[in-house]
Write a protein that binds this ligand. Structure first.
Ligand code: SF4
Length: 299
């Protein structure tokens, strides 16, 4: 059993409750550098799921310099944006990808249109699915993954049928065991590769593992784009009776009117101050020491 965290709040809670279990961080913690890893280690984190945007060379350095266990995506659905940072679905539809509700707008067809003339500018392009990354597949690179110090391998299985996931997991398991048993004599099992390839959802890419992505990593024609969406996770929400017991919080959060005014002289600032019961003077760095902005709560 282990705890899988995506916020510092959960980390605090784990310590408060004195839980003695391994603590791992989710990819949603956006761990992309050594400083972040060192900070997480202070909280007792023993393993991190790194962002999918990291290369294997970077993972080697993490392992060597911090000693942390690294988990890395090896197969499945990719995001166009940085792991856990995409707000596309949340902004356009109010359905946040960070709450499991993504409507996957990156996997829809788009046209590039001149705003003034309405002319379609990309009719000769490779296809309308401009943001649709192919699926990650590291089957042919298992030795490189292990040599980079990857400790745990992540296979994306959300919304996939069980037989689909079972085939992928067992194929990778066999290959990893074969490499660990005989690294020098290891060869890619072509039958395993054929099984993955013939049952693929999208076409395959190694995405960021060996460097930046290019247009060869995009499935522009959308022909293999599955038509499914994530399931929404039900919000826990607040209970009315709990809120009623929190009058102080309600009062603190009650709306109040504020007003800011920029003044050019001390006199006009004083005049503004006289109108308000509470006020604050702000001086901008590099400007003469006259008050430039006065902010206050209205009476
Ligand atoms: S729209 Fe959804 S699937 Fe696409 S990059 Fe953003 S979070 Fe990922």
């Amino acid at each position: 059993m282990h705890c899988w965290c995506r916020t510092f709040a959960v980390l605090e809670l784990v310590h408060e409750m004195n839980l003695n279990i391994p603590i791992h961080t989710s990819v949603m913690m956006n761990t992309h550098n050594e400083h972040a890893i060192e900070k997480l280690k202070e909280y007792g984190i023993t393993r991190i799921v790194v962002g999918r945007e990291m290369t294997l060379s970077e993972l080697s350095l993490f392992r060597e310099r911090t000693g942390i266990e690294v988990e890395y995506f090896m197969h499945g659905d990719m995001c166009m944006s940085e792991s856990g940072q995409c707000i596309h679905s949340g902004v356009v539809f109010g359905q946040s990808g960070n709450r499991g509700r993504c409507l996957k707008p990156c996997r829809w067809p788009y046209q590039l249109i001149d705003e003034q003339s309405g002319e379609v500018l990309d009719s000769d392009g490779p296809g309308p699915y401009k943001l649709a990354l192919k699926d990650m597949c590291m089957y042919r690179s298992i030795p490189q993954l292990i040599q980079a110090g990857v400790f745990s391998f992540k296979i994306e299985g959300r919304m996939r049928p069980a037989p689909f996931v079972r085939r992928i997991v067992s194929t990778y398991r066999k290959a990893i065991d074969a490499y660990l048993a005989d690294p020098a004599g290891y060869q890619v099992d072509e039958e395993g590769w054929k099984s993955l390839y013939e049952n693929r959802a999208r076409d395959f890419t190694t995405t960021f593992a060996f460097g930046k992505t290019t247009k060869k990593d995009i499935g522009f024609d959308g022909k293999r784009e599955p038509r499914f969406f994530s399931d929404a996770v039900k919000e826990a929400g607040f209970q009315d009776d709990v809120l009623k017991q929190e009058p102080d919080i309600q009062k603190e959060n009650a709306p109040h009117r504020t007003l800011s005014v920029r003044t050019g002289t001390i006199e006009s600032a004083k005049a503004a101050i006289r109108q308000w019961c509470r006020c604050r003077l702000c001086r901008r760095r590099g400007l003469p020491p006259e008050p430039s902005v006065v902010t206050g709560r209205l009476r």
